[in-house]
Design a binder for this molecule. Sequence first.
Ligand code: DQA
Length: 142
Amino acid sequence: MKILVINGPNLNMLGIREPDHYGKETYDDLVAKIRAYCEKKGVEVELFQSNHEGALVDEIQGAYGRVEGIVINPGAYTHTSIAILDAVKAVGIPTVEVHISKVEEREDFRQISYVRLACVKTITGQGTNGYLEAIDFLTEGK
Ligand code: DQA
C-alpha cells in the first residue's frame, strides 16, 4: 500500500513556530518519524510540504491512480481552501485530515474545515502522533 502525506503552509517551521501549540519536533523529525513508522509497517510512503495552495492542489491531483491513501494537514488552508477540498473530492482517494493542535479548542476561525467535508476521518490534538494514527486508519481501518 502506498500513502502520501501532505503538509501545508508553515508546517516546515515545526519546532520553531509556537511550540506551545505544535511542540518541539522539527519538520525533519516528523518526516523521519513517519518514514520509520511506515518502514516498520511495510507501507510505502511519500511526503510533500508546500506553503503554496496551488502546489498542494497539484500534488493531490498527481496522486490520482498512484496512491491508495492521503494524510493531509493543510495548515491554515484548512480554514479557507475550497480548492483543496475540491481536489480531494476530485481524486476520490481516502483522505484523513490531521491537525497537530486541538483546533476545536482554539479561535473561532479555526472551527471551519473545508477539507473535512471530503475526508474519511479527522484527527486533532495528538501532536505528531496524529499522523501515525492516520496511517493506521488508512492501512487497517482503525
Ligand atoms: C494546524 C492548525 C491550523 O489552524 C494552523 O493554521 C496550522 C496547523 C495544526 O496542525 O494544528 O498551520 O493545521
